[in-house]
Design a protein around this ligand. Structure first.
Ligand SMILES: *Cc1c(COP(=O)(O)O)cnc(C)c1O
Length: 405
């Protein structure tokens, strides 16, 4: 079985994370399961995007994909903004050096206190409802600050082939396209500073044609809304949705046709809206392939002819790799033996965790060299939606550590 493509170098038997063998990192983090993130791989992702996308396209980091402060600091320094989804993420982004003017806060259900915190910090609120807007005005009044707001719009179209749809149909996200003009009139009549629009239609898309189509429709929608708004539009955040390969046979997205199509769409867009910047916000694409999750074999068992490697890691550390984070079909993430990369002879095994549930399955029928207790197992493509998307308290085992290399 061949794996989905990955970014890491291999030297002899060792998988390297930014030049350091995983075997050595395991000692450096003091034992136990851990996540390691390759800072050079993240920078490469940024460079690839800058090279392929139009020169004036802004790139933001959607930090819920990986909110480790060191990762946010690394990316904030190279990108044009950070998108946060909670007040704590906002604080981490500010401490990581992102300027509040370039931080935006999206997410349904912002409490009055959340809104106040955002207004106090001077970041942009991506409004998800009329109630949030009124809370922003009240906070601005109480704090003597002008709230900065953008309108998150739930478009009438869907992102085809997205792993997770975030727009189209009835959704809790944003304000329906049809209802936007009324709220825009309210914003225009208030003293709030209007930043622009945010339209995010879906995630984990590996089809360039559907991304291209969604981006073109999104820009058209911004033009239409701007005409209805009678407000200056400083920024149009057109979402992201760029996916990464996980399963065997999946290929990395070819950025070139997406960049070319966006250049054309932006040329048309600029003719109508010359003063509006356009941003793409990405989480998974920037960090997903740059991360690896590493655990250790605790036991090797045979049950009715099948081999189980029981590890000290699993669902409580890496829910997504077990197929339980919103996936419809469980498919293995790429699983390797990071200190036996040169070994050709393999056996078919199931890699499981220590939890008392059959859901705790990191690899089903994967090909690995013959491993024993004490050996390491690594799950690739683990830099996004890993640790913080996992129920670490479940069964009260120790949490994994994290290291940025
Ligand atoms: C989660 C999220 C993202 C990031 O999505 P990825 O698929 O990780 O790129 C971007 N924007 C918003 C509004 C989100 O909620």
């Amino acid at each position: 079985m061949t794996h989905a493509p990955h970014l890491f170098a291999v030297e002899g038997d060792d998988l390297l994370i930014n030049g350091v063998p995983v075997r050595v990192l395991a000692e450096r983090v003091g034992g136990g399961a851990f996540y390691a993130y390759d800072s050079a791989a993240m920078s490469q992702r940024v460079a690839d995007l800058r090279a392929a996308m139009p020169g004036d396209l802004k790139l933001h980091y959607a930090m819920k994909a990986n909110p480790m402060p060191a990762v946010v600091r690394h990316l904030a320094a190279q990108l044009d903004g950070v998108d946060v989804a909670s007040p704590l993420e906002m604080r981490v982004a500010i401490e990581a050096g992102a300027s509040p003017a370039h931080i935006s806060f999206a997410g349904p259900g912002k409490s009055d206190a959340d809104v106040r915190e955002a207004v106090a910090a001077g970041i942009t609120l991506h409004l998800e409802s009329p109630r949030e807007f009124r809370a922003a005005l009240a906070a601005g009044e109480a704090l003597g600050r002008t709230p900065r707001v953008a309108l998150r719009v739930n478009p009438a179209f869907e992102l085809k082939a997205a792993g997770m749809k975030m727009g189209g149909s009835a959704k809790q996200f944003g304000v329906d396209e049809e209802k936007a003009p009324a709220l825009l009139r309210e914003i225009a009549a208030s003293g709030a500073r209007f930043e622009g629009f945010h339209i995010f239609s879906g995630s984990q898309n590996l089809r360039a044609d559907s991304i291209i189509e969604a981006q073109a429709k999104t820009l058209d929608l911004v033009v239409a809304l701007a005409e209805a708004a009678n407000l200056p539009v400083r920024l149009a955040n057109i979402g992201g949705g760029l996916g990464i390969p996980y399963a065997p046979g999946e290929q990395r997205l070819d950025l070139a046709p997406i960049g070319e199509a966006l250049e054309l769409a932006l040329t048309r867009f600029r003719a109508r809206m010359p003063d509006t910047s356009v941003a793409m916000e990405l989480g998974r694409y920037l960090v997903g392939e740059a991360g690896v999750y590493v655990c250790e074999v605790i036991d090797r068992k045979e049950s009715r002819g099948e081999i189980f490697l029981v590890t000290n890691g699993g669902l409580h550390h890496h829910l997504a790799a077990t197929g339980n984070f919103g996936q419809v079909l469980r498919r293995n993430y790429p699983v390797v033996a990071p200190a036996r990369m040169g070994v050709r002879e393999t056996e078919k095994v199931h890699v499981v965790g220590p939890l008392c549930t059959p859901l705790d399955l990191l690899g089903h029928g994967v090909d690995l060299p013959r491993l024993q207790p004490g050996d390491l197992v690594a799950v690739l493509q683990s830099g996004a939606y890993g640790l913080t998307a996992s129920p670490t308290a479940f069964l009260s085992h120790p949490a994994p550590s994290e290291v940025l290399v």
